[in-house]
Design a protein around this ligand. Structure first.
Ligand code: FES
Ligand SMILES: [Fe+2]
Length: 370
């Protein structure tokens, strides 16, 4: 007789993780300040003094190339009386605050303050911009507001080597097109939807029958990365032309979701595109899709693919995630069991079980952190 107690069936998370403003405030205070976030592409910072501003859930930062050729990231706030330093993007010889013209070197040290000579003992050397760690992953810049952040290679083991294998020309890529999609849902609802393909056959006919082969789909945790893999659809059914013999991965699809809010996705034909979730509040998120070509060269194939993706997979997902958010606000919702197939595969939610562990680790008071 089998006396073993079956392990409890994992269930979906309680609705409050997605609807409670206090949960969102907790994420802003904790999770977002201690994880790696996409800032922008290094090709926007070719010359010394090139900069661009970006935000992480409302916190403004900027990246800039310094005179030694390095890329730095700073909070976008003057150390005098807190005015923002830069807006948008551009090039500067020094970083000059628009309020009282305090001037910073490109390495963040204070070069000078107007009328500082009139004040003996002005503590110029004590003042410098608040800097955060930045990493350049194959041209994609990521920052982590935690000064003691472990490197991305620890968080996401193997990802750089795999990306380079799937996109042999990755160092030559530049952005061709950005597509912003607003969704009326919590950012985690949208991320969860991305991190399972249990819904694909029913909801994504173009993706399932004209891009990938669902019966080969799987998703596996790899550190704090969820790695999606599958093969391309039969060539006579592909919605765009590829040469699967061009290189070892030309006929495959792969995606690397990097917890908490970014994903590299490689469509068959070594076509790199990205997802970047940008929370706008507890029930608002903007998903920014990025499409890239060598040197940013014009490409009808990539433009058409970006448009097809926006009109099919992305549009289909907007309706799903917004419906889920409405459902999470229903008094009638009780979190249901996750469908976990021990063998994994496309019709399993084992990836969500991993994702929920990371969410709980970030938000639960009693969570056991690594
Ligand atoms: S706040 Fe920046 S110079 Fe005063
Ligand atoms: Fe989807």
């Amino acid at each position: 007789m089998n006396t073993r107690t079956p392990s409890p069936v994992p269930s979906a998370l309680d609705a409050r993780y997605y609807t409670d403003p206090e949960m969102y405030r907790r994420e802003c205070r904790g999770l977002f300040g201690s994880t790696w976030h996409f800032a922008g592409h290094a090709s926007a910072l070719e010359r010394a003094g090139d900069y661009f501003a970006f935000d992480i859930a409302g916190e403004s930062l900027f990246c800039i190339r310094d005179r030694a050729g390095g890329i730095r990231a700073f909070y976008n706030v003057c150390q005098h009386r807190a005015h923002e330093l830069v807006r948008g993007n551009g090039n500067c010889r020094f970083i000059v605050c628009p309020y009282h013209a305090w001037t910073y070197e490109l390495d963040g040290s204070l070069r000078g303050a107007a009328n500082q000579r009139a004040m003996p003992g002005f503590p110029k050397d004590r003042v410098r911009l608040a800097e955060v760690p930045v990493e350049n992953l194959c041209g994609f810049l990521f920052v982590n507001p935690d000064p003691d952040a472990r490197p991305m290679a620890d968080w996401f083991p193997g990802v750089e080597a795999e990306l380079r294998a799937f996109v042999p020309h990755i160092d030559r890529l530049k952005p061709l097109e950005w597509v912003d999609v607003d969704e009326a849902c919590n950012w985690k609802v949208s991320v969860e939807n991305y991190c399972e393909c249990y819904h694909c056959a029913l909801n994504h006919p173009t993706f399932s029958t004209g891009v990938i082969k669902p019966q080969t789909y799987d998703i596996r945790p790899q550190g704090y990365c969820l790695r999606h893999t599958t093969e391309c659809q039969n060539l006579d059914r592909m919605t765009y032309p590829i040469d699967p013999g061009a290189n070892p991965h030309a006929g495959s699809y792969s995606s690397w979701f990097l917890w908490p809010m970014f994903s590299f996705q490689v469509y068959p034909g070594n076509v790199l595109n990205t997802y970047h979730w940008r929370p706008r509040g507890v029930d608002r998120v903007t998903v920014r899709r990025g499409w890239y070509t060598i040197d940013g060269a014009e490409s009808d194939v990539i433009r058409r693919l970006a448009q097809q993706d926006r009109q099919t997979t992305v549009e289909e997902d907007v309706h799903l995630v917004e419906s889920v958010q409405r459902g999470l606000n229903s008094k009638g919702y009780r979190p249901g069991p996750l469908l976990i197939d021990p063998g994994g595969g496309v019709n399993s939610e084992h990836s969500l079980h991993a994702l929920h562990g990371w969410i709980r680790e970030a938000l639960d008071d009693d969570a056991v952190c690594e």
